[in-house]
Design a protein around this ligand. Structure first.
Ligand code: SAM
Length: 311
């Protein structure tokens, strides 16, 4: 198969950086992809096609971006490093009419920034918002960004992201294993894993000290027993109960939740005596530990929390 990204080699990446007098920045998680077959696998797993408008976080010198531009109708990428826009203007020049860069911290980007970027794209797009996120994420913020974007951007139908292997493990963990925690439960309120493959350090320049994995997550609303999607308020309450249950994960639910609410100001302290009623209303034994609970049980705890807090 022909190469998807002409930048996908250590020599080409080095050349581009040197031409602009730049190096890689460890503090920004700059480990650039240098293996085209990994890029092809990412594009295939994300199922990128000409119907898609892609949101990318951290384009770097554009290695994955140019591959996405060849497969999708448009791409907008968010990059924090102020040294990279000049490089990206050069490396993506062939597809300039279908590309827009957002120069900002991914965690600060708002929907309006994304819409404005797509407005700047000259080619006619059939979508006003991206439907897929595809990225080799900066590992420092990867877990936060994935959850944050599923929460804030309902138009994102799927995310296919390169993350540290351990983060992928937490994203996919099943109840009862050590990787299953508050993050797994919260992410599970928005998405389901739909595929994964491992990526070793030698596929990057410079190689990171950790193993990586690409994981695809498809948006999937949590439904109640009647099949209706649960509300944002119910999701928030279930997420709050997940935090409470895992704040001291080796303790029972009763003790962990007590510690959690006692540390949440006067209102939290006032709620502590209601905890036995909360477990009773949810039908959950408070001697269990958080990692044994299913997502549906966290939703039940959330419901009980909302009705007791409203009294
Ligand atoms: N996509 C390129 C590739 O695959 O070769 C580069 C990926 S590199 C792992 C991560 C990129 O994210 C870097 O370009 C880095 O500057 C950028 N970055 C780091 N923190 C960021 C943040 N908070 N918001 C947006 N971009 C960020």
């Amino acid at each position: 198969m022909a190469k998807l990204s002409y930048l996908a080699s250590a020599s080409e990446t080095r050349k581009v950086l040197e031409r602009h007098g730049r190096g890689t920045k460890y503090s920004l998680g700059q480990n650039f992809l240098v293996n085209d077959s990994i890029i092809q696998k990412i594009v295939a797993l994300a199922d990128v096609n000409e119907d898609d408008v892609i949101l990318e976080i951290g384009p770097g010198v554009g290695t994955l971006t140019v591959a996405l531009l060849q497969c999708a109708q448009g791409v907008t990428s968010i990059e924090l490093d102020p040294d990279l826009p000049e490089i990206l203007a050069e490396t993506t020049a062939t597809w300039a009419d279908r590309f827009a860069l957002i120069e900002n911290d991914a965690l600060a980007v708002q929907e309006a920034d994304v819409v404005a970027a797509l407005d700047r794209i000259e080619a006619t797009l059939t979508r006003t918002r991206p439907n897929k996120l595809v990225a080799n994420l900066p590992y420092q913020v990867a877990a936060t960004v994935v959850l944050d974007y599923f929460q804030r951007f309902p138009w994102l139908e799927s995310m296919t992201v390169m993350v540290q292997k351990e983060v992928a493990d937490r994203m996919m963990a099943q109840q009862g294993v050590k990787d299953y925690g508050a993050f797994t439960v919260k992410l599970g309120m928005y998405a389901r894993p739909a595929g994964r493959f491992p990526v070793g350090p030698n596929n990057f320049f410079p190689p990171p000290r950790v193993d990586s994995a690409v994981i695809r997550l498809d948006r999937s609303s949590f439904v109640d027993s009647t099949g209706a999607p649960i509300t944002d308020e119910e999701i928030e309450a279930a997420c709050l109960m997940a935090e409470a249950a895992f704040v001291t994960r080796r303790k029972t639910l009763a003790n962990s939740c007590k510690t959690y609410f006692a540390g949440r100001g006067a209102a939290g302290k006032a709620f502590v005596p209601q905890l036995p009623a909360l477990f009773e209303a949810a039908g959950i034994d408070s001697r269990r530990r958080g990692e044994t609970l299913t997502r549906a049980e966290f939703v039940a705890l959330g419901h009980a929390y909302l009705s007791l807090a409203a009294q």
